[in-house]
Write a protein that binds this ligand. Structure first.
Ligand SMILES: Nc1nc2c(c(=O)[nH]1)N[C@H]1C(S)=C(S)[C@@H](COP(=O)(O)OP(=O)(O)OC[C@H]3O[C@@H](n4cnc5c(=O)[nH]c(N)nc54)[C@H](O)[C@@H]3O)O[C@H]1N2
Ligand SMILES: Nc1nc2c(c(=O)[nH]1)N[C@H]1C(S)=C(S)[C@@H](COP(=O)(O)OP(=O)(O)OC[C@H]3O[C@@H](n4cnc5c(=O)[nH]c(N)nc54)[C@H](O)[C@@H]3O)O[C@H]1N2
Ligand code: SF4
Ligand SMILES: [Mo]
Length: 746
């Protein structure tokens, strides 16, 4: 390995979150902005600017290269998402590049599907096999019987393939298993989804309210930096979480809410804001509608009412509400991101959006900003391309009754793969950068669904669990070895960033742009991919507006002109709804037969002796993406199950010999599904009615030699899920587990 692990940790410590690397979930993470920005000088012969793919934030990086190897990765000071710092995962990307377990050559299945027996073949053979099978599916069932699951920036090439192919069935677990309810709720309230990165002004907020969002463990770089900046300027945090998260440890108010009861708390906060006239009456009168109905709705939702439901003391609810109201309009209710918890998630997110509106924070400094996009023209395709007519993809998922989903649901694609479930059956999957086994709830249902497929191809960098279920596996080069399309998401400061290869692809791996183009050529759609390579693709896009490719390649990023982002800078506050008004009361929900204002509905309780299973993130890892990355795994090799220390003392089955901290246990869920053995962390930092696992461990893929069998998988234990009736998200915090001492069968 080019750099020693100790050295890596030092590098990490120089960047955002580095302190957290050294101290696990330590308490010094917020000090990151006082750490020196790493010297952008190089340990190598040259520095290549690019953007990171260790998670989906897309921070600008500088890859330092010596003798054809990447020696270190630092944050690009010019890039608005990294601002010269990286989170530890980004700094640890060489652990992926030089992972000895990487996929090296294309694979074709040679045993029963799921037995994970493959033969290495040439690219031509693998693409022939893939092309042939896809064409067979098209001939028998139509083009739209092919679906694409995608996550990550290289997905653009395969989305383009799907356009050429003529199937609109493109979905991502990062919607219906992640931010979907939030996007539906903000669209209902303000007329627009939030997207990624969220256009929020953490840096200038005086109060930041986190409903679950565990920033500091959830390491979206820029947000963690801005949170640190805000705290440095004296902002106060209000953290609602059944667990004493890292953010909670920095908070002015921690509200250890009973899991699944946030809607009651949010209604009680609104009750206080309205009763004590702490909301922005002028703003609401001007920009919103439905206030009277809202005021009537929350009139009896007092803190005393909410106490009985949430377990949060009324005086704490009142005091935190006054603090939140007192900081308006720079009082930011963070919208959250992974929001599929209980199946009532769009309603909880609606309550958060309504609260944000009462505070007058939409369109204001320290609240929700107006973002803008760096305009990069599309690649000019020839006019005479064959266009395959496609059925509406959403016929199927939406036929299931989710009229307010703003994107195709990955779970909807799974449903449409079960015979007879929809207007047409999906018969083949292309899986790009998704590990569906960990991402989707109910693994048995997923694997049964996969067995219905006539064909599945997975494009991955690692022999991830999902690749073991594919018929063909195509090895992609890691982001450090490939050129890609630009990244230019809407942001408060518009920018365009370039992905470029720092080193040559290792083994027989190929970049996504190459794979998609070659596959298109194998199925007679080469005309849709007229570019020579990704470089020429980007150059041509930029050239149409006279944008300087060479400058972009040298700097890694170009900034667009700053546009006003909030009312204080001259931007209009307005909502993008039909009549331009913020919808406190949702007529749209009412018309569809849903509650127009959020209503608290009690969740089912677990069986006796069981704990509700919750999951989240750790600073050093991105789900299962990084669990085999030796650089990141050495300081955080496996997850632990968090259990309340007092609850542990009265644990059924442990009366004779109480459970000790660090002992291994097996988690058994309500359906009898058993986890792999996992260490228990006894702590006062979690309520007694739930346990907590960091998501991503318990990998079943044998070829991930480091990660295999380490820790436990929350996904495996998520055999139940509750579908959000408004947008179809799969609420996953509805499973319960009991504990057994490892090695002692019940
Ligand atoms: N390091 C790192 N950072 C990441 C990622 C990663 O893998 N690693 N992934 C990124 C992605 S894709 C996403 S979507 C985000 C997710 O990050 P977040 O949106 O912050 O994730 P959540 O699942 O909302 O938050 C988990 C927290 O919610 C708490 N929680 C559980 N149940 C409840 C409840 O009923 N009420 C309340 N109030 N809190 C509850 C848990 O205790 C935990 O602290 O993180 C992103 N950032
Ligand atoms: N139980 C449970 N389920 C969850 C969550 C949870 O907390 N608990 N979190 C949810 C959330 S927030 C999200 S966003 C989804 C995410 O779920 P997915 O969209 O499936 O994302 P990842 O788990 O990151 O999948 C990563 C896959 O991409 C591969 N990969 C990594 N880099 C590259 C690359 O450059 N190219 C290619 N081709 N492949 C690459 C990895 O090896 C891995 O197989 O899961 C959701 N599901
Ligand atoms: S937040 Fe970390 S892992 Fe994600 S893109 Fe930025 S540096 Fe990479
Ligand atoms: Mo996510």
């Amino acid at each position: 390995m080019a750099i020693t692990r100790r050295k890596f940790i030092q590098i990490g410590a120089a960047g955002a979150g580095g302190a957290a690397v050294a101290s696990g979930l330590g308490t010094r993470w917020w000090g990151l902005d006082r750490d020196p920005v790493p010297d952008p000088g190089t340990d190598g012969d040259r520095v290549v600017a690019s953007y990171c793919e260790l998670c989906f934030w897309g921070c600008g990086v500088l890859a330092h290269v010596k003798d054809g190897r990447v020696t270190k990765i630092t944050g690009n000071p010019e890039h608005p998402l990294s601002r010269g710092m990286l989170c530890p995962r980004g700094a640890g990307a060489t652990g992926l590049l030089y992972d000895p377990d990487r996929l090296r050559r294309p694979l074709v299945r040679r045993a029963k599907r799921g037995e994970d027996v493959f033969e290495e073949v040439s690219w031509d053979a693998a693409l022939n096999e893939t092309g042939e099978k896809l064409l067979q599916v098209k001939a028998r069932h139509g083009a739209e019987a092919v679906a694409l699951f995608t996550h990550g920036s290289g997905g653009v090439w395969f989305k383009h393939f799907m356009k050429a192919w003529g199937s609109p069935n493109v979905g991502a677990p990062s919607y219906a298993q992640c931010r979907g309810p939030r996007e539906a709720a903000f669209t209902l309230t303000f007329g627009t989804p939030l997207g990624s990165p969220e256009p929020i002004d953490l840096a200038n907020a005086r109060c930041i309210t986190l409903i679950g969002s565990h920033l500091g463990e959830n390491m979206h770089n820029t947000q963690v930096q801005e949170l640190a900046e805000a705290i440095g300027k004296g902002a106060g945090l209000v953290v609602v979480d059944p667990r004493f998260s890292v953010a909670a440890s920095k908070a002015k108010f921690w509200l250890p809410v009973k899991p699944g009861t946030d809607i009651a708390l949010l209604l009680a906060w609104m009750n206080v804001l309205v009763a004590e006239k702490l909301y922005d009456a002028e703003y609401v009168a001007r920009y919103a509608e439905g206030f009277d109905a809202l005021a009537a709705h929350v009139a009896d939702k007092t803190p005393e009412w909410a106490y009985a439901i949430t377990g949060v003391r009324p005086e704490l609810i009142r005091a935190s509400a006054r603090f939140i109201g007192g900081a308006r309009p720079a009082s930011l209710v963070h919208p959250g991101r992974h929001t599929v918890w209980y199946g009532d998630d769009t309603q909880r997110e609606r309550a958060m959006a309504i609260l944000a509106a009462l505070l007058g924070s939409w369109g204001r400094r320290g609240g929700y900003l107006t973002a803008s996009k760096f305009p990069v023209p599309a690649y000019p395709l020839p006019a005479d391309l064959p266009h395959a007519p496609a059925k509406d993809p959403t016929d199927k998922p939406k036929a299931g009754g989710y009229p307010l989903a703003t994107e195709v649901l990955a779970s909807g694609l799974c449903d449409a793969t079960k015979p007879g479930h929809a207007l047409y059956d999906l018969k083949a999957w292309i899986v790009y950068g998704c590990n569906l086994l960990q991402a989707m709830p109910n693994r048995k249902e997923l694997l049964d669904t996969i067995q219905n497929l006539e064909f599945m191809v997975a494009i991955d960098v690692l022999p991830a669990e999902v690749t073991g279920w594919a018929d063909v596996v195509l090895p992609e080069s890691t982001y450090l070895e490939r050129d890609d399309d630009v990244s230019a998401p809407p942001y408060k400061r518009p920018f365009v960033a370039l992905r470029q290869a720092a080193v040559e692809p290792m083994y027989d791996s190929r970049p996504g742009w190459w794979i998609a183009k070659a596959l298109a050529e194998h199925v007679g759609l080469g005309g849709w991919f007229p570019w020579k390579d990704a470089k020429e693709y980007v150059r041509t896009r930029l050239a149409q507006k006279g944008l300087p490719y060479d400058e972009l390649a040298a700097k890694g990023v170009l900034l667009g002109p700053a546009a006003p982002t909030c009312e204080e800078e001259g931007a209009p506050v307005g909502a993008a709804t039909e009549n331009g008004k913020i919808q406190l009361f949702s007529k749209e929900l009412a018309q569809l037969g849903f509650d127009p204002l959020p209503v608290y509905v009690p969740q089912d309780e677990g069986p006796p002796g069981h704990f509700r299973l919750l999951s989240g993130r750790a600073p050093l890892h991105t789900f299962g993406r990084t669990v085999n990355n030796r650089l990141l795994a050495e300081p955080f090799p496996e997850n632990e199950v968090w259990l309340n220390a007092d609850a542990a003392r009265s644990l059924p089955g442990f009366e004779l010999r109480p459970l000790e901290n660090g002992e291994r246990v097996v988690l058994v869920n309500q359906d009898g599904i058993r986890s792999t053995p996992v260490k228990v962390k006894l702590t006062q930092r979690i309520r007694g009615d739930c346990v907590y696992l960091v998501h991503g461990w318990g990998q079943t893929a044998r070829r991930l030699r480091y990660a295999h069998g380490r820790g436990a998988s929350d996904s495996l234990l998520t055999s139940r899920y509750k579908v959000d009736p408004i947008m179809g998200g799969t609420g996953m915090n509805v499973n319960f587990v009991r504990l057994e001492r490892a090695g002692e069968a019940a």
